[in-house]
Design a binder for this molecule. Structure first.
Ligand SMILES: Cc1cc2nc3c(=O)[nH]c(=O)nc-3n(C[C@H](O)[C@H](O)[C@H](O)COP(=O)(O)OP(=O)(O)OC[C@H]3O[C@@H](n4cnc5c(N)ncnc54)[C@H](O)[C@@H]3O)c2cc1C
Length: 481
């Protein structure tokens, strides 16, 4: 298969994977530094998760849609800069499904077309540099009944509301951990749902330690703090209660969710006996943070940190030559961090001067946003150890709780398999129990599986990064564009 290339030969070719805040920022910086740039995104539109929208590139958002967006002007400027630059080719509906390391650099395999369409066009790229800006997906801790229809991740509810103006239910409860719960509740209220409450698992002490420690250090992040204050004001307007130290520990219903059990939590997130109460709902949205998309980074051999993010240096270079990373693949720090990191990655990948004034500005911005990230992790991070064995949230689970939803593997089955095979190695348990072998390839369950097994390690190696048809694979082996 011949590698696809665009633009004038001779210039450095940078491929940016992902057209969210980090990817758009990287593409603009790389083009301005003189590279020819290809931007690939699996979605139909640019903007990523933060600026998710339904409209096409030249359509205006309605007033209603605009109310759900933040920093829309920044997006419009960035998107226009990328689209109008003569050295940039933007390909949407372009799924990078595999990445390979070769002696002369990385190779990316792409399918262009509607998801799961039989006629997608295969392309291969062998660029000088790759910027991975593939973002994250939300992480949800399992609980009994979480597989019932009507239980969604907070991110899925947010995406549905932003892209289609649809609320996941009419009586909705939002639960989990992190400031992301606030925009989700605000968006749901804006599209007409009654939000019964936001239940944050972290207790007041952890929140105060994380957010109130040396407040002057947050001075450079006033934009994000104002955005959060805006959500809080919206919650007051819509009378949405915000409770801390509480979690949804079970969902109940026949055929779909009809009620949830909420419990107060101790500092390890173990439920406090006797504090349970049942609330009737027709939908519940749950997220406990984010998990970075690491498939392509792992395939390209980049080092991964102990917190399971792509390890980057001050110039956003990974440990693999030719590979840079930015945005939520490198840490959960929000949109401003993604923009600053993307700029630095694109600029450096294109061979831009590291001491340029704009580079110094981006470094300062990144440092300020990382202060927010540190506080988010301290205030809302999932406790890793409880009083007994493992984190307290493991006590939400019964033996019958489904952990791997694709293959319907329960917590009890995972523990039995580990006992029978005398192994808690995640790969061994995956092969013997099938947890993580289904269509999502462990994206949703692998962190929970390793916590239940009490095992180090993770199931992040996915040579095929997205579901592909066998016919596509066969065509990919033939000549390409
Ligand atoms: C579902 C969801 C909703 C969110 N909504 C909000 C919100 O409303 N407000 C808020 O403050 N924060 C939100 N966040 C957090 C938000 O993602 C970040 O603050 C910010 O968008 C991160 O930017 P990014 O560029 O790193 O990643 P993203 O914005 O996630 O962009 C990554 C892009 O990479 C593309 N991509 C990934 N893998 C591939 C591949 N293999 N091939 C091709 N393209 C690929 C994706 O389609 C996506 O467009 C949300 C997160 C999630 C997961």
């Amino acid at each position: 298969m011949t590698p696809h290339s665009i633009g004038r030969p001779g210039r450095r070719h940078v491929v940016v994977v992902g057209a969210g805040p980090a990817g758009l920022s990287a593409a603009r910086a790389a083009a301005e530094a003189g590279a020819r740039v290809t931007v690939l995104d699996a979605s139909h539109a640019t903007g990523g998760q933060y600026w998710r929208h339904a409209a096409g590139p030249h359509e205006q958002l309605t007033d209603e849609e605009l109310r759900l967006q933040h920093g829309w002007d920044t997006y419009c400027v960035l998107d226009a800069a990328v689209r109008s630059h003569p050295a940039v080719e933007l390909v949407t509906r372009a799924q990078v499904w595999a990445a390979e390391r070769h002696d002369d650099g990385p190779r990316l395999h792409v399918l262009v077309g509607e998801p799961d369409d039989a006629g997608r066009v295969p392309l291969t790229f062998s660029p000088d540099a790759v910027v991975l800006a593939t973002g994250a997906h939300d992480r949800t801790l399992p609980f009994p009944g979480w597989e019932l229809p009507g239980v969604t991740t907070a991110g899925a509810a947010q995406a549905l509301a932003k892209a289609d103006g649809v609320a996941v239910g009419s009586r909705v409860l939002v639960a989990g951990a992190g400031p992301f719960l606030l925009p989700v509740a605000a968006t749901l209220a804006a599209v007409g749902a009654t939000v019964l409450g936001v239940h944050e698992a972290s207790r007041a002490g952890a929140l105060a330690r994380g957010w109130l420690d040396r407040p002057w250090r947050l001075a450079g992040t006033s934009g994000k703090l104002l955005e959060l204050a805006g959500y809080a004001a919206g919650h007051v307007r819509h009378r949405i209660p915000y409770r801390v130290g509480e979690a949804v520990v079970a969902a109940h219903g026949h055929g779909r969710v009809e009620a949830v059990t909420i419990s107060r939590l101790d500092p390890t997130w173990a439920p406090i006996a006797g504090t349970e109460r049942v609330v009737e709902v027709d939908a519940v949205c749950v997220s406990h943070g984010f998990t970075p998309r690491l498939e392509l980074a792992v395939a390209l051999g980049t080092a991964i940190t102990t917190e399971r993010f792509v390890d980057v240096d001050v110039r956003q270079r990974t440990s693999s030559p030719h590979v840079w990373a930015a945005g939520e693949t490198t840490g959960i720090a929000g949109v401003d961090a993604a923009l600053a990191e993307g700029w630095l990655a694109g600029h450096d990948a294109a061979g831009g001067a590291p001491d340029e004034r704009r580079a110094r500005t981006a470094v300062r911005r990144r440092a300020a946003t990382h202060e927010v990230a540190r506080r988010m992790a301290a205030a809302h991070g999932i406790p890793v150890q409880g009083a007994g064995s493992g984190p307290g949230w493991l006590r939400w689970l019964t033996d019958d709780t489904v952990v791997c939803r694709c293959e319907e593997v329960t917590a009890g089955r995972l523990r039995d398999t580990a006992a029978v095979t005398c192994s808690t190695d995640p790969v061994s348990v995956k092969l013997t129990s099938r947890a993580g072998l289904g269509i999502c390839q462990g994206r949703m369950c692998s962190a929970a599986v390793t916590a239940i097994l009490g095992a180090p390690g993770a199931l992040e190696s996915r040579p095929v990064a997205a579901p592909v048809r066998l016919g596509d694979l066969a065509r990919a082996a033939g000549p390409s564009a």
